[in-house]
Design a protein around this ligand. Structure first.
Ligand SMILES: O=C(O)CCC(=O)C(=O)O
Length: 284
């Protein structure tokens, strides 16, 4: 074999460098979280962040979300007395602020990845009489050893007050550190994420949790959940098909990146050998 035909690998990292020409990697930027919030996220697997939406914004977001709600769920995971709406970014621009909120980007950058993908983005309206949801963790479909590196980070935005009676999300503190064989039992302490409308719970995708039971006869518990994953994992919602490219082209950064209009270096996510943002360039 001639010298020039030999594969000489000097530095493994060189294999994974950003080799894109026109569109270089766009790492997300955000507001750095408080140290205490990151400590809580690491230790308990969750943190409640208060007052992320001001009253005007909250009112607009809640109104836009309610307008999209459809029929109640088809199984006991979706909830037979819970309305859900998916593919939200295909349907309204009023919710962009939730998917790309600077404080959430800060958590993503600090703990998940600087090129996260939006894995799921849906509305959840728990209606009167709903039972507690099946406990689960959002990264459960990635068959990886637990505990392990963070694969996903989830946010549940309270658009109504989250109370014990209306079905505030139940979480099992510290359960992101449990091993693969462990599931919550009645002996495991849990709490409900009681929140004001406009607050959000930010949690490790490995944290066991469940939508709470709604014990009321006439109160609803409206939420939007934004769930993110590392850029080398498959997203729950097939965002490339759910949100048309012409809709993504109207969005401000970082939303196109969160929806997969990015390359995870060196070339994960290319389209016909090109950076996906070239779709916009060529259209323009
Ligand atoms: O609505 C909630 O409080 C939790 C819902 C949830 O975890 C889910 O559907 O994945």
């Amino acid at each position: 074999m001639a010298q020039t035909d030999r594969l000489i690998l000097k530095d493994q990292n060189a294999l994974y460098e950003d080799i894109a020409g026109t569109h270089k990697k766009r790492a997300i930027e955000g507001i750095a979280p408080e140290a205490a919030d990151l400590e809580a996220l690491d230790r308990d697997g969750y943190v409640i962040v208060k007052g992320l939406l001001d009253p005007d914004r909250l009112a607009r977001v809640a109104e836009a979300t309610r307008a999209l709600l459809g029929p109640t769920g088809r199984n006991n995971f979706e909830g037979f007395k819970t309305q859900r709406a998916y593919a939200l970014l295909a349907k309204t621009r009023e919710l962009d602020i939730l998917a790309g909120h600077p404080q959430i980007l800060g958590f993503l950058k600090a703990r998940l990845h600087d090129e996260p993908l939006l894995s799921a983005f849906l509305a959840i309206n728990i209606c009167p009489g709903e039972a507690q949801q099946i406990p689960h963790h959002d990264d459960g479909f990635y068959k990886a050893p637990r505990p392990g590196p963070m694969l996903g980070l989830s946010v549940i935005w309270a658009l109504d007050p989250f109370t014990v009676e209306t079905g505030a999300t139940r979480v099992w503190p510290g359960s992101h550190l449990w091993d693969n064989d462990r599931m919550p039992t009645d002996d495991d302490p849990s709490i409900q994420a009681v929140m004001e409308a406009g607050d959000a719970i930010v949690f490790n995708g490995g944290l066991w949790h469940a939508g709470g039971a709604n014990h009321t006869e006439d109160r609803y518990r409206l939420a939007v959940t934004s769930q993110y994953c590392a850029p080398w994992l498959r997203t729950q919602e097939n965002m490339s098909l759910a949100v048309p490219p012409e809709t993504v082209a109207q969005m401000a950064d970082p939303l196109p990146s969160l929806l997969g209009y990015q390359i995870h270096p060196p070339f994960m996510g290319h389209v016909n050998g090109m950076h996906p943002r070239r779709l916009f360039d060529d259209a323009g």
